[in-house]
Design a protein around this ligand. Structure first.
Ligand code: A3P
Length: 294
């Protein structure tokens, strides 16, 4: 089953741990609660970083929870089998994750005041990160060459579908009072200010010291060294630990390089970058959205 995909409502999903029945259940029957907080991203956009930040905010910066409980248990992904089971048993109030595109997200969100935090990242960096991660994560297909993967990414022939559809879909909620969006690049440039903004959105005001503790304990280095957050405990059935890590920058590592923005420049050729830009312009122009990477 591993490395096979199925299509659900035009979007690809891995066969291992996902099914059309559970996806339909999540979309139509899963009950979103007013006190839920959702960490939503397109894959490789900073999901686990935001998960860490939200976990730490919940504990006022105290790292005991992030050091003792696995990240996918602290905030389960609602759309896969194990995540859904955990979400349904989660003690209230829930902290949950999802990579679902907005059209497949639980419909009950529309009648709820649940808080949505949507993190985006430069799509060329997402592409490169997903390319590398697809070699490790056994539920994803081997990505093949970067050239062919680029075409798959641009056409949405990758798990969770098109980056363009995901971003334009979710950003359609911008302006709703229960929707907050932020970029990986903003988190990188201004971690303290970003954490303060997130706290404000959540209605949870922390002291300067607590904010500093959130930033410190969610840093690249802290997460890389925390086995509850770095995916080292993910079973071999899911991830080939010989081939690499979730926090990928070990090879380059010095603090200066940790968690890079613009890493795509080290991987994409000029021709690949131009090909990306052409499709990006076609898909994004006229939408009135501007991002740090534009
Ligand atoms: P790279 O593959 O570019 O290194 P996700 O959590 O959505 O799967 O995203 C994974 C990406 O976020 C990886 O990017 C990883 O290194 C980066 N990341 C994870 N934790 C981070 C942190 N604390 N600071 C900066 N980047 C982080």
């Amino acid at each position: 089953m591993a490395r096979e995909y199925f299509t659900h409502k035009g979007v690809l999903f891995p066969c291992l741990d996902y099914s059309p029945e559970k996806l339909s259940y999540v979309e139509n029957e899963f009950q979103v609660r007013d006190d839920d907080v959702f960490n939503i991203t397109y894959p490789k956009s900073g999901t686990n970083w935001m998960l860490e930040i939200l976990s730490l905010i919940r504990c006022g910066g105290d790292p005991s929870w992030v050091r003792s409980v696995l990240n996918w248990e602290r905030a389960p992904w609602v759309e896969n089998h194990l995540g859904l089971e955990a979400a349904l048993k989660y003690p209230l109030p829930r902290l949950l994750c999802s990579h679902l595109p907005v059209q497949l997200f639980p419909k009950s969100l529309q009648r709820s005041k649940a808080k949505i935090i949507y993190t985006l990242r430069c799509p060329k960096d997402v592409l490169v990160s997903l390319y590398h991660f697809s070699k490790l994560l056994r539920i994803f297909r081997d990505p093949g060459s970067l050239d062919s993967f680029l075409e798959d990414f641009l056409s949405g022939n990758v798990p969770y579908g098109s980056w363009f559809d995901h971003v334009t879909g979710w950003m359609g909620l911008k302006g709703n009072e229960n929707f907050f969006s932020i970029t990986y690049e903003e988190l990188q440039q201004d971690p303290r200010g970003s954490v303060q903004r997130i706290c404000h959105f959540l209605g949870k005001e922390l002291s300067e010291e607590q904010v500093a503790a959130v930033v410190e304990n969610a840093s690249f280095q802290s997460m890389k060294g925390n086995k509850m957050s770095n995916f080292s405990q993910l079973r071999d059935e899911y991830m080939n630990h010989q081939k690499g890590e979730l926090l990928r920058k070990a090879e380059l590592c010095s603090l200066r390089f940790a968690g890079i923005c613009g890493d795509w420049r080290n991987h994409l050729s000029e021709a690949q970058s131009q090909r990306f830009d052409t499709i990006y312009r076609e898909r994004m122009q006229g939408l009135g959205m501007t991002f740090p990477w534009d």
